[in-house]
Design a protein around this ligand. Structure first.
Ligand SMILES: NC(=O)c1ccc[n+]([C@@H]2O[C@H](COP(=O)([O-])OP(=O)(O)OC[C@H]3O[C@@H](n4cnc5c(N)ncnc54)[C@H](OP(=O)(O)O)[C@@H]3O)[C@@H](O)[C@H]2O)c1
Length: 217
């Protein structure tokens, strides 16, 4: 089992629901967590609202100073933000949880991505980084809910670097109830991102915050 207890975790766009939710769970697990934002003041406010020792800084500082960096911005701003931080993110594990989705009257649907998926887009603009795809199906509402002690789901972790995917699986395992499960190479990230559209449909029909479990492993 990979030891991730000494890692500092940075979250780009950590002022949003997903970033704050992940930040909260990792900070509660005892990790050093730094929330990133385009505005440092906003990041500090978000960190204060989470507590548990989380701090805030602007995205560039987070990318430069943290050991492992999670990307939690909307797909719209994803490519440009990562392009601007390629130097700071070189050599680091970069975890992409971005779901490129559109919404219309019929609900959510997967958007086509030129590079294949958001995670592959990250890998294309960050050739010096170790890009891993994970945390696509974790509900921010559940992560933020203090009444939810155990988060009942598996996190599919995809990537081409075994050590990096092992690290991110161990990171996922720090959230009580969660299990990190290797889900394939980065070229298979599209369907994991796209599956979120199905999960949103489930949530709407059943008024739930559904997750997935992989059986027989
Ligand atoms: N919400 C969920 O339950 C959930 C679950 C799984 C995965 N995800 C994925 O996680 C990502 C974040 O979701 P979210 O709901 O937290 O989104 P969000 O609240 O809309 O955005 C997160 C943060 O991204 C920053 N941001 C917004 N537009 C940006 C741009 N053009 N360039 C750079 N930064 C920008 C903002 O921070 P500043 O203004 O402070 O810079 C914002 O607070 C999405 O890609 C989503 O698909 C979400």
């Amino acid at each position: 089992m990979t030891d991730v207890s000494g890692l500092s975790i940075g979250i780009l766009g950590g002022t949003g629901d997903q970033g704050k939710g992940l930040a909260r769970r990792f900070a509660l697990a005892g990790l050093k967590v730094v929330i990133g934002s385009r505005r440092a003041e906003r990041a500090r406010e978000a960190a204060e609202s989470i507590g548990a020792g989380a701090t805030g800084a602007d995205n560039a500082v987070v990318a430069a100073e943290c050991d492992l960096v999670i990307v939690a911005v909307p797909y719209d701003g994803h490519k440009a933000l990562l392009e601007s931080l390629a130097t700071q993110l070189a050599g680091k594990i970069v975890v992409d949880c971005v779901n490129p989705l559109g919404f219309d009257k019929q609900g959510a649907y997967a958007l086509p991505v030129e590079e294949g998926s958001a995670a592959q887009q990250a890998a294309a603009v960050l050739p010096e980084s170790r890009v891993v795809a994970a945390f696509h199906h974790v509900s921010a509402v559940v992560l933020m809910d203090p009444a939810v002690e155990k988060v009942d789901l598996d996190v599919l972790v995809l990537g081409d670097d075994r050590e990096a995917t092992d690290t991110v699986q161990a990171l996922a395992d720090l959230i009580p109830g969660v299990r990190g499960v290797y889900g394939g190479r980065l070229r298979n990230a599209f369907q994991v991102e796209a599956l979120t559209a199905n999960i949103i449909s489930v949530n709407r029909r059943y008024k739930a915050h559904a997750g997935i479990r992989v059986t027989d492993i």
